[in-house]
Design a protein around this ligand. Structure first.
Ligand SMILES: O=C(CO)COP(=O)(O)O
Length: 254
């Protein structure tokens, strides 16, 4: 079984109920692009409302706590996100690592909590600019994955997706060269095969994220071992987001 290309919109801290019309438009358009799996991760406040609108698209959360309940003011657990309709959660995003000091150990604990609650995980990794410039990006990213992914996991290819998002490419309009993306994704693939075995590890999707736009999506998505995209800014309007989904379908046909 080969998984479809996966195009995921991370709305970050954007969107009030006025955004529900975009969610509806994304859902309607997704019904025409069945060869691509489309999903959005709205803020928690919109999770349930987007879930109720969505017939075709997957809906997920942008974070969860490492515990399922308890005295953690202001936090949301994976069980609660699942109850609101989340089928997946984005974990280890560089903005959470930076803004909230999240360590690999915490990301690992959150991953365990999400899987236990029955939702899938999109695990983010990616290097800062100085690491890229020093030539150590691959080691940095593989170390992140080694420490934040579970040692073993049944049906790993269905339950776990990795997103490679170089920090310096997020929201900047800059992207790595296609060769650099290909090399990093190949290195991540090697790691996943080592950890989860040839069958699951070669099937798992590795998304690229960082300034993906309709204009560059097709060439990025055609790179080997790129199984989809995690899209920030360009996922906030149905028009640009679904043009990326369209490009994913075209790249698949190439
Ligand atoms: O961080 C990202 C998705 O998680 C990427 O954001 P941009 O697409 O806005 O660069």
């Amino acid at each position: 079984m080969t998984l479809r290309p996966y195009i995921v919109g991370n709305w970050k801290m954007n969107g009030t109920r006025a955004m529900l019309s975009e969610a509806r438009a994304i859902d309607r358009a997704a019904q025409r692009y069945m060869k691509v799996e489309v999903a959005v991760a709205p803020p928690f406040t919109l999770l349930h409302a987007v879930h109720r609108e969505a017939e075709q698209i997957g809906v997920g959360a942008q974070d969860c706590h490492a515990n399922q309940d308890g005295a953690h003011t202001g936090d949301i657990s994976a069980t609660m996100a699942a109850d609101a309709g989340a089928k997946f959660v984005i974990l280890g995003h560089s903005e959470r690592r930076q803004d909230h000091g999240e360590s690999d150990a915490l990301v690992l604990a959150k991953t365990g909590a999400a899987l236990e609650a029955g939702i899938n995980v999109i695990l983010c990794c990616g290097e800062p600019l100085e690491v890229r410039e020093s030539g150590d990006a691959e080691k940095y990213v593989l170390d992140q994955l080694r420490q934040s992914l579970p040692e073993a996991l049944e049906s790993a290819s269905e339950r776990l997706t990795v997103a490679y998002e170089p920090i310096w490419a997020i929201g900047t309009g800059k992207t790595p060269t296609l060769d650099d993306i290909g090399e990093m994704h190949a290195a991540i693939r090697g790691f996943l095969v080592d950890r989860y075995g040839a069958e699951e590890g070669s099937e798992m999707r590795i998304l690229y994220g960082g300034s993906v736009k309709p204009e560059n999506a097709r060439e990025i998505l055609a790179v080997g071992d790129v199984g989809g995209a995690l899209v920030g800014g360009a996922s906030l309007t149905a028009d640009s987001f679904m043009n990326i989904a369209l490009a994913a379908g075209e790249a698949e046909d190439q």
